[in-house]
Design a protein around this ligand. Sequence first.
Ligand code: RB5
Length: 147
Amino acid sequence: MKIAFGNDHAGFDAPEPFYKPALVEHLEELGHEVLDCGSFDPEPVDYPDSAKAVANAILDGKVDRGILLCGTGIGISIAANRFPGIRAAVCTTPFMAQVTREHNDANILCIGRRVLTLDECKELIDIWLSEDFNGAERHQRRIDKIE
Ligand code: RB5
């Protein structure tokens, strides 16, 4: 799968291992192609910029899905959800990661460096990438109402 990855400086919060490079490496080890939309170091940046880059990569058809990482996952999800066609979901549990694919057809997973362990992030990513939208009429109808 082609995946756009975006983050702010929280992706480089100490201590190491820094979540951003570790999660990109995890995705590549799984065989995914990652479009890295930054940021690339601990220098403070504004999370809406990364959210915009990832949202546009999806809307332009350059990637299949996106993953966004900030301190909580919240700010960057709010920013991404301003783009019509983007359904960005903050997830903190495996159940949320599963259901937001099955029911919401979320095309961006948002996770928080300051909320989750690195292993928890990897687990949520693995689940979220392996789940499909279940296509039920009631779920599609609700998504259509959002759009
Ligand atoms: C940055 O310090 C922090 O505010 C950001 O990463 C995120 O948590 C916002 O929702």
